[in-house]
Design a binder for this molecule. Structure first.
Ligand code: NG1
Length: 484
């Protein structure tokens, strides 16, 4: 559609455009209105930066994970929902094979790069790498960059950054949607989720596929249970007597910094866990697992048995490289270089106190069980779904805090504030180390909770200057083209 014509329709609140904005945002009128204004602004920036011309508008949402933390890269399911905070991209075709980009916020410096078979990344931490990562992911999928047309894009995102709400996945997915739309190509959404999950390795994360999958496959009004390797989804209905409140701790979980190392360390501890469990408590003759799920599925009788085996085979103390080498019957050098390794090939040096293998495995298996229990509960017909699901969320937080050690003082304080205000369940959400908490609260009580949590957490932490601290979310629609 021509940019000026689309802008005119948005300005006139044309019913055809409003209907689209409402439908992807679970019919929330205030969110649709905000999206309308953001788009008018993004088109204005596009016309100033590039030209008034044919454009498409694509969108990809962030997400909040309700339960199932750090399970995805271990091959176990998660249960997230897409949210109404998203990345909007106004994109137009370019005549060459160059991708040029700008942000509505000028401090995010724009740039451009040439489409080639292997795209060299910008410096670590540069936001343009998310566009490069999407482009590279698609090229790797097609096996060639030939015939791929360049594009110009203006991006407007309102997913809080470094907060565990997947701004980065929303960004990558939106960029991929823009490239596809401009090139008139389509990829099956489940396949696209696999492609985008893999492309995250471009930015140095050894992550699973949760964020990209829910950003692409989310359904308005529903949350999803997502299984991995390969990706499979089931719709899950939230308890009708509950709402979802997300609170930002304002501690930045910086993926370009320490949080990335801590995250990758967890993936390595899980790798050590399945290698040790296979050796010490596995089934004779079973083939080498490549993730905790393989060990669980092929060498145990289910959750109880797996937890028992973890308790008896592994020791409580941290594992040194020497202990790992001895237990696996390999050299210390091999253990250090080939075992203590992320999926992206990064060697993790032995941390002070050793690798925490037992606790990490216990979290992953117990969390996987909580996801299965949540799914059965929420899609079943029991009476007290909100209370029962809330309890599972509370248990998940305790496990994230004590066994996976991804919480922090501020997240714990927010969880306590939520519980004290009367939530059914409260937990940290996303990678942890900062970011957000998610609370299951009685329906319609949002304003009351927001006030109580503000008084219990934000005021004493001197954070009342932030207007944008708490969000009431309804499940939003996954990524796609809004206008073309
Ligand atoms: P966030 O919260 O977006 O950093 C990360 C991983 C997920 C998942 C969660 C923990 C990325 C892009 N995403 O999410 O795949 O492992 O942590 O459950 O790293």
């Amino acid at each position: 559609m021509n940019s000026a014509a689309l802008k005119a329709k948005l300005e006139a609140k044309d019913p055809s455009v409003m209907e689209v904005l409402l439908s992807v945002n679970a019919q929330a009128a205030d969110v649709a209105e905000e999206a309308r204004q953001r788009l008018i602004n993004a088109i204005t920036v596009y016309e100033k930066t590039f030209a008034s011309e044919e454009v498409v508008v694509v969108r990809a949402p962030g997400r909040v994970n309700l339960i199932g933390e750090h399970t995805d890269y271990n091959g176990f399911p998660v249960m997230p929902m897409a949210i109404s905070r998203d990345m909007l991209i106004v994109a137009g075709a370019s005549k060459d094979n160059v991708i040029s980009f700008a942000n509505v916020i000028p401090s995010f410096q724009g740039g451009s790069f040439t489409i080639e078979r292997n795209i060299p990344p910008y410096q670590g931490g540069d936001w343009g790498n998310y566009i490069k990562s999407a482009t590279q992911g698609l090229i790797d999928f097609w096996g060639t960059e030939e015939g791929l047309q360049g594009l110009k894009m203006v991006i407007d995102g309102n997913v809080p950054l470094a907060s565990g709400l997947s701004s980065s996945a929303a960004f990558t997915v939106a960029a991929a949607e823009a490239i596809l739309a401009i090139n008139g190509r389509t990829i099956d959404p489940v396949v696209l989720a696999e492609v985008m999950a893999k492309s995250d390795h471009y930015v140095g994360m050894a992550s699973g596929g949760m964020d990209q999958s829910i950003s692409i496959l989310g359904q308005a009004g529903k949350c999803l249970k997502i299984d991995f390797y390969p990706i499979r989804t089931k719709l899950v209905t939230l308890p009708k007597e509950a709402d979802i409140l997300v609170c930002h701790s304002r501690v930045k979980a910086a993926k370009a910094g320490n949080a990335r190392v801590a995250y990758n360390m967890r993936t390595v501890e899980c790798r050590i866990a399945y290698m040790l469990l296979h050796k010490l408590a596995g089934k004779a003759g079973a083939k080498e697992p490549t993730m905790l799920y393989d060990w669980f599925a092929n060498e145990t009788e289910g959750f109880d048995d797996a937890l028992n085996k973890i308790e008896t085979a592994l020791v409580d103390e941290g594992y040194t490289v020497k202990m790992i080498a001895e237990a696996l019957g390999v050299s210390e050098e091999y253990a250090a270089k080939e075992v203590c390794l992320t999926k992206t090939g990064e060697v993790m040096p032995e941390p002070q106190g050793g690798f925490q293998v037992k606790k990490r495995a216990r979290h992953v298996i117990s969390e996987a069980r909580r996801v299965e229990d949540s799914m059965a509960l929420l899609n079943g017909d029991s009476e007290n779904k909100a209370e029962a699901f809330g309890l599972l969320m509370d248990q998940s937080h305790a496990s994230c805090r004590d066994d996976y050690e991804i919480s922090c003082e501020e997240l714990n304080a927010l969880v306590e504030a939520g519980k004290a205000a009367g939530s059914y369940g409260s937990r940290l959400t996303g990678a942890g180390f900062g970011g957000c908490t998610v609370h299951l609260i009685p329906k319609g009580k949002g304003p009351e909770f927001i006030k109580k949590i503000h008084e219990a957490y934000y005021l004493p932490h001197d954070l009342d200057g932030y207007a944008d601290n708490q969000y009431l979310f309804a499940p939003a629609q996954g990524a796609g083209v809004l206008f073309k």
